[in-house]
Write a protein that binds this ligand. Sequence first.
Ligand code: ZN
Length: 420
Amino acid sequence: MLTWPAPQIPALPGHGGPVQVRDSSTGELVVAAPGSRASLYVCGITPYDATHLGHAATYIGFDLLVRAWLDAGQTVVYASNVTDVDDPLLERADATGMDWRDLAADQTALFAADMTALGVIPPDVYTGAVEAIPAVVGAVESLVADGAAYRVGTPDASGAGTDDVYADLAADPGFGLVARLGRDEMLALSAERGGDPDRPGKRDPLDPLLWRAARDGEPAWDGGTLGAGRPGWHIECAVIARDGLGLPFDVQGGGSDLRFPHHEMSTSHARLLDDGAGAATHVHTGMVALHGEKMSKSLGNLVLVSRLLDAGEDPMAVRLAVLAHHYAADWEWTDAGLAQARERLELWRAAVSGNGAPDTAAMLAGARAALAADLDAPAALRVVDDWARASVAAGGRDDLVEGAPGVAARAVNALLGVRL
Ligand code: ZN
């Protein structure tokens, strides 16, 4: 699948230090990618509705991680997916009378346009669920052969090849280590977030779907020995991460609502596919609310990036409004927050508009230190604010450093993805 165009990342003097993030499984701060190569998988969208601020906050959050790794001199390999066939997409296509392929293509293109406008670095490996089907079939066949997956007859089973295939979680002694939840909580979240704990015939109510046998009116693909059907969601990400990054990889990321079951299950699948290795560290972004409730498609309380941009909003103000909150925090989108971001953007642009400005060394070091400490964007913004206020206040003085505005603009662009 084609990605969107990569933003230019200006070179800066020196390098940032090792980047710490909070492992959401243990709560500990860790240097998640200690080597020269840093690998990241961030779960992509299911393209049935436009990008809202919750998505934007997730991808901007992990974009900061990519930028911090690059600034630390590391090579970054970033993989992501597009779940371009799944129940919610098919349901939306049915409800709107659109062909599901057209809906997926339209929404994937809109997402790419939003990411481009927001200055998000595209993944190096970008794979659609449909593209990954042959690899998923091979993976599920190998799990069946290893006894880590089993067949469950479909409700209208008429013979061989009409079985759904489920993972047998009992085969994975590491299951549960990602989200570390009690069984009741896991059962409740499974029912709420796309699982089917009540499906008869499963060995454990939590066992997740790997392969859904073909049903009338649903798209289906050749599944080899599995029979015709389509992939489950968790195995899709496990296989795309394995093939895009290799196992194990450094960080698996996504919104905190993906912690369970999605990341728990995809990590379990990866572990069984590779004898014990999935993502080393899990990192999760907070949820964005509007009018006191989490932004969600089902509630309909969405602020769409494309709608803000169509109304003439500067995408860099939208980005700054997101960066004013720590990635892991839950926060609320407000008009006041957007207005503050506009003011900040104006201040920063004024601060880099002259030929000279105060020295940038402390600002650059401060922003780098903030980002290396669990991607503390709000602290980095305050460091830039201090410099920018000093620059504006000092305008016209002749003891300013020539070229400093350019260094500041490049620093803000490279580290925070904000184009001034
Ligand atoms: Zn995923």
